[in-house]
Design a protein. Structure first.
Length: 117
């Protein structure tokens, strides 16, 4: 039991470090591209599209959270999770993933697919 908990904490720590590295890389990448594009219309369009993707992600994440919470509450499936742990995981997944993964990859996608002016 102790060994598996220790592995979970090690994996969790490595995951959090990876997410923070990607978070800071995303900020640096956005600053570099904003300087490169000189905040022109194309860059503002890319950022607007990225924000739209972020809003869609937020809506889907909230719906998923509600569905999972309802399933855990109403079905007796033997999973016991404290509210503190549930809230902690939701905060990490919802905010950190949105900021780092979704924003970074949507910027890359729209940068390639929006025509240059």
């Amino acid at each position: 039991m102790f060994y598996s908990n220790r592995l979970i904490y090690i994996f969790y720590s490595i995951f959090i470090i990876f997410v923070f590295i990607l978070f800071f890389f995303t900020i640096i990448y956005k600053m570099k591209k904003q300087i490169e594009y000189k905040n022109n219309e194309r860059w503002r369009l890319i950022i607007n599209k990225t924000d739209e993707v972020g809003k869609i992600y937020e809506e889907l994440a909230i719906a998923t959270i509600i569905i999972v919470a309802a399933i855990l509450h109403f079905n007796n499936i033997g999973i016991v999770i404290t509210f503190e742990k549930f809230a902690q995981y939701i905060i990490y997944i919802f905010f950190i993933f949105k900021v780092s993964f979704i924003e970074f990859f949507s910027i890359l996608y729209y940068e390639k697919h929006i025509e240059k002016f």
